[in-house]
Design a protein around this ligand. Sequence first.
Ligand code: HEC
Ligand code: HEC
Ligand code: HEC
Ligand code: HEC
Ligand code: HEC
Ligand SMILES: [Ca+2]
Ligand SMILES: [Ca+2]
Ligand SMILES: [Ca+2]
Length: 379
Amino acid sequence: MKKSALLAILVLVLAVSTGVLGYLYSTETVTGQDVVVSPSVAIGDYTQKWASSAHANSASEGFRHWDDSEDGTVPANCAQCHSSTGFLDYYGLDGSEAYVVDQPAKVGTVVDCSVCHNDYVESNPVVKFPSGMEVASTDGVAACWTCHQGTEGGINGNLEKRIGEIAPDDKGETLGFVNPHYLAVGSMYLGAEANGGYQYEGKTYAGAFRHASGVETCTDCHDPHTLHLADPGYEKCQTCHAEIQGYPDQRLVRRTRLDYDGDGDVNESTYDEINGLAEQALASIVTYSKNIGGVTIGYSDNYPYWFGDVNDNGVQDEGEKAYADWTPRLMRAAFNYKFVTRSAGYIHNPVYSAQLLIDSIEDLAAGDATITLASYSRP
Ligand code: HEC
Ligand code: HEC
Ligand code: HEC
Ligand code: HEC
Ligand code: HEC
Ligand SMILES: [Ca+2]
Ligand SMILES: [Ca+2]
Ligand SMILES: [Ca+2]
């Protein structure tokens, strides 16, 4: 169907649905297009699916984090991904300059229809990543890549800037944890093509994980409205993986022949291979911090994620603050650990995930001889 027609319908849907879906934020961002309504598409289904998704959940932290900000807005440097108007501003679709968000956004605009259904996104444009790399999109996934790309990765990212010339095992004032940000799945999927992980010098890294025919792109696997597995759901996987009956059976799949994590088990799932590596990476981070950092580091799923585990018991107790004794090696490994474990790396790019984790462990061991290496099989 014509894009302008779809857009027009979306305007109408948004307008009509504000009453029904009380929490839906009504926007004027898609006005200025010809309003031509085609009665042949069952928009209601799409709207309903979307309304049940995380993208429409205006109560979630991803959209409410700024509730208590002084002027009730999402700052420009966050709005690209945490608001619809911010996203349109980022690409200049509101008439402003492209590739920069000029205005803070109203809190709670969620990820509405206008973000994905506009001529620009539908033209499969090139998408810029935090590393500075640009990748041509296909199949309507430009919007997914734009928000699910993380914020700090890669060669030209914030991580490298903060490390600057500081030697691998030294401390320095500019050092600290650099968070790859959440659900950076687009960068994970693209691997070295987007350079979202910390890639060590002298190593080569896998590009995009295109998996197999029919399950290559974000929207081959994710319904763009519900965000769950696209129809027919996990049945789609069974053609090639009989073991997948439903969630979370995809974690049982093993296709690699390699013993990534070097534990001698070559029958465990790919999920377990990657998890095995992640566990060893975390253990190496802790060991290194004790021996080189001075203070033991601890990890928790909540901010500030890495804390000074002063009493060395593995949990964050009262008074244990954000970790302060960073060295470049520690920063790189902590970044990769979080990047892989928070982007379902085992399914979006198992090869890149294994490479990043193995290289992180080996780099830490180069600074701390007490870290024992298993015989990892680097893919
Ligand atoms: C390139 C896109 C992008 C940018 C820029 C971005 N974020 Fe996010 N952010 C995301 C995505 C995707 C998520 C995943 C949502 C989730 O996990 O809830 C997220 C999640 C979050 C969450 C929720 C974490 C949780 O525990 O659920 C917070 C808080 C957050 N971001 C804060 C920020 C702040 C503050 C900024 C600006 C300094 C920012 N983000 C900039 C993409 C982005
Ligand atoms: C995160 C991106 C995203 C959002 C948000 C989104 N859509 Fe979609 N929508 C898509 C993609 C991608 C397709 C194409 C699906 C495919 O090829 O299987 C699509 C397809 C459609 C179609 C089918 C028409 C066609 O061209 O195939 C309709 C109708 C539609 N969306 C309506 C909506 C409405 C209404 C909303 C808001 C309530 C919405 N969409 C929100 C990404 C999105
Ligand atoms: C404007 C930014 C933006 C765009 C575009 C976007 N997302 Fe998201 N996505 C988010 C944010 C923010 C969250 C977290 C929302 C929340 O916490 O409720 C999220 C959550 C998700 C989730 C997690 C669902 C869950 O239940 O945990 C999936 C899967 C997802 N997005 C896939 C996609 C796909 C596929 C596309 C492209 C078709 C896409 N996203 C486009 C920002 C975006
Ligand atoms: C081969 C199918 C497949 C492809 C391709 C795929 N995904 Fe996923 N994705 C999944 C599955 C399955 C899960 C659930 C993983 C789990 O929970 O173990 C998932 C999880 C996610 C999550 C939630 C992660 C979390 O930890 O909560 C996001 C966000 C997401 N995918 C976004 C994307 C984006 C963006 C793309 C394109 C760059 C993409 N996916 C490509 C199958 C796929
Ligand atoms: C057309 C066949 C086919 C379909 C359909 C398919 N896969 Fe795969 N899958 C493969 C192949 C081939 C590999 C190995 C790819 C590689 O290593 O390059 C693989 C690998 C995997 C891996 C482990 C990564 C690895 O390389 O060890 C997971 C997890 C997985 N698939 C999950 C899924 C899920 C979930 C679905 C359904 C959404 C799905 N697959 C659909 C063929 C398929
Ligand atoms: Ca702009
Ligand atoms: Ca193994
Ligand atoms: Ca403690």
